[in-house]
Design a protein around this ligand. Structure first.
Ligand code: 5GP
Length: 234
């Protein structure tokens, strides 16, 4: 397996072609951004932690029947994945009100809700990833009805598996963002699951164990990423 030219550089990852058909390599960077790139910084060794965490969680999800792009970890910062075509949606799953939902609806962070919420955002940095609904998705042909049905089913199943897994490790899964891609005609989970893309609170103290520590200048950012990985590896 040989790494070939870079296909894409995002805020937290680079994607490379390989000499094998249908396989890409993803490299996880330490770069951290917030508020759509307005705040920039580095979280030392974040790339290593997010690579490990995503590998661990995607393996767990595969074991629970969720198809993912993950193939194997190659080294500290790189993993081999299936070469999906990313569906340009950010799928946000919310169990507890926090972040932009709390702000938009005037709710206190931590407010319990009667139901898990799934939101869709149009993945477009220059627009700040605006929230859209299923009508927009079909009107703009971003995804087909069957694909959205699969994305909803997988998202709820992933939520169930992760709530249990994090719960057993003394963490509450408040909300998280998923991205899906198309591979050989099917929808599969892509991207990453890490403290960059999920809000995790300590089960006893509600201490924030995620990227909000960087976004909101709460301190102990690196230590917290290490802490989450060590809890997950238990
Ligand atoms: P919110 O909409 O409250 O800012 O984010 C909801 C959840 O989705 C959070 O767990 C957050 O980390 C994740 N999320 C939403 N948009 C993005 C994004 O553009 N990048 C990353 N890394 N995570 C996001």
């Amino acid at each position: 397996m040989e790494k070939r030219e870079m296909l894409y550089e995002g805020k937290a990852k680079k994607v490379y072609k390989t000499d094998v058909d249908g396989k890409y390599i993803i490299m996880f960077k330490d770069d951290a951004t917030a508020f759509n790139g307005v705040k920039k910084g580095t979280i030392v060794n974040k790339g290593i932690i997010n690579n490990k965490m995503t590998s661990l969680l995607f393996t767990l999800l595969e074991e629970n029947g969720i198809p993912t792009h993950f193939e194997k970890m190659l080294n500290d910062r790189e993993q081999l994945v299936k070469s999906v075509e990313i569906i340009p949606l950010e799928v946000i799953i919310r169990n507890v009100a926090a972040g932009s939902l709390a702000k938009r609806l005037g709710l206190e962070e931590g407010t319990k809700m009667n139901k898990t919420i799934i939101e869709f955002c149009y993945k477009k940095d220059e627009l700040g990833d605006p929230m859209i609904n299923e009508d927009h998705i079909y009107a703009l042909d971003l995804a087909k009805k069957e694909e959205i049905a699969a994305i909803r089913d997988y998202s709820l199943k992933i939520n169930e598996v992760l709530i249990k897994y994090f719960g057993e490790r003394e963490m509450k899964l408040i909300d998280f963002k998923l991205e899906f891609g198309r591979f050989e005609g099917k929808v599969i989970l892509a991207d990453e699951i890490s403290p960059d893309t999920a809000r995790l609170w300590d089960a006893k103290t509600d201490r924030k164990l995620d990227k909000d520590r960087f976004r909101r200048d709460l301190g102990d950012v690196e230590e917290t990423y290490i802490e989450v990985l060590s809890r997950l590896e238990k």
